[in-house]
Design a protein around this ligand. Structure first.
Ligand SMILES: *Cc1c(COP(=O)(O)O)cnc(C)c1O
Length: 395
């Protein structure tokens, strides 16, 4: 059991049914490459309205497969948001491509569509247009996909949605992942995300060729599909057609993911209730609460608050005070371009000032399915004390 007093910022919710589903798969004939993986792929596709799903051992792997399927390689450029987990950028680096970033919208903290349009216009003049753009639906709130999609037609790039935070989110009344405005959409099932398979991810698409490419490359570059084989000498036979990876999801992971998927709507409903509670509990504190676009329905993966001023000392003080008082806060995200690895590639502090200012002021408060109202009250009280102790507000 977790320490009873400490409130983590995120935590999985595992039911007896989830446990029974995993035990059942353990007792079955297949621990990997069995029926649960296919069932999970089909159930998730049915939920979000996509045609093909390719399960993988992580969203990072699925993002890599997505880049490969879209032909990303050396000499290409892939753009993403600086306000994301490093995997959104690293997937392009795995393929040998260059990475660049588009600064965020100060209200949604997502990639800013106007800044993207400006940067594309400049890149066109310089002959440096990106091959792929990876918008990240930060905290579960969809990016302005319609605007990005229109730009993709004008400038000829492809789109991978990094929807690691956004399973169950809706954009313009349709589930993220339905593919109307992108080529491929990737979900994560890491334990801090909305639903979990321990480790795991899935790429969904409406394009059969992209799905096949991702499936083959996630399974060592091999195929067993009769229509793809050059000969069929017997049932043992498979062919390697390309150099792939072992990115497969196991049956245990898929059994857990499938069971969790049936709880998705309940999880998100609970997060919305908690979100409303926080709005009430924090309304007198001098912090900026996350903005919610009325047209979209967010999974509410995170609850990032902003301190009123860009002051890393105050943020560190509040962070430490919260942690010491048993409130598991976290910072989402350190801008990817200031990671030493990306600085070695030529990026520097100051390159994406809005993401950097946001980073200096943000803290994510606990938000997860089993968070209780009493815990939320405690978070609010401890936050108030922490703001006073660090002179962000007066007593
Ligand atoms: C968690 C996360 C990933 C990576 O997911 P894994 O399943 O842990 O590989 C990628 N992008 C974003 C935005 C994430 O939050």
């Amino acid at each position: 059991m977790a320490h009873t007093d400490f409130i983590p910022y995120g935590r999985q919710s595992i039911s007896e049914d989830d446990i029974a589903a995993v035990v059942k798969s353990l007792r079955s004939d297949f621990l990997t490459q069995g029926p649960c993986v296919t069932e999970f792929e089909q159930a998730l596709c049915a939920k979000v309205g996509a045609r093909y799903g390719v399960a993988a051992n992580s969203a990072t792997s699925a993002l890599h497969l997505a880049c490969l399927a879209l032909g990303v390689g050396e000499g290409d450029s892939v753009w993403t948001s600086p306000n994301t987990f490093i995997a959104s950028a690293n997937c392009a680096r795995y393929c040998g491509a260059d990475v660049d970033f588009v600064d965020i919208d100060p209200r949604t903290y997502n990639m800013c569509a106007e800044k993207l349009a400006d940067k594309l216009a400049r890149a066109k003049v310089e002959g440096k247009l990106p091959k792929v753009i990876i918008p990240v639906h930060f905290a579960g709130q969809s990016c302005d996909m319609k605007a990005i999609h229109i730009l993709s037609k004008e400038y000829g790039f492809r789109i991978i949605e990094d929807a690691s935070h956004a399973i169950g989110s809706k954009y313009q009344n349709k589930y993220v992942g339905n593919g109307e405005f992108s080529d491929i959409c990737v979900f994560s099932f890491h334990p801090v995300k909305i639903i979990t398979s321990a480790e795991g991810g899935m790429a969904v698409t409406n394009d059969e060729q992209l799905a096949k490419h991702m499936r083959t490359h996630g399974a060592q570059g091999t195929t067993k599909s009769p229509e793809e084989l050059t000969q069929i000498p017997g049932d043992w036979y498979y062919e390697q057609h390309t150099l792939g990876f072992n990115y497969r999801m196991t049956e245990l992971q898929a059994a857990l993911g499938l069971s969790q998927l049936s709880r998705l709507d309940d999880f998100i409903a609970r997060r919305h209730k908690q979100f409303q509670n926080y709005q009430r509990l924090l309304k007198d504190l001098p912090v900026i609460l996350p903005y919610q676009d009325k047209d979209n329905y967010s999974s509410l993966h995170l609850f990032p608050i902003l301190l009123p001023i860009g002051n890393e000392t105050a943020r560190k003080g509040v962070f430490d005070s919260l942690r010491q008082a048993g409130v598991g806060t976290q910072v989402h995200y350190i801008p990817v371009h200031i990671q030493p690895y990306y600085q070695q590639l030529g990026f520097a502090g100051g390159d994406f000032p809005i993401a950097e200012d946001y980073y200096a002021r943000t803290l994510s408060l606990p938000l997860f399915a089993d968070l209780t109202y009493a815990q939320q009250e405690r978070v609010a009280l401890i936050l108030k004390h922490a703001l006073i102790a660090n002179r962000v507000m007066s007593a």
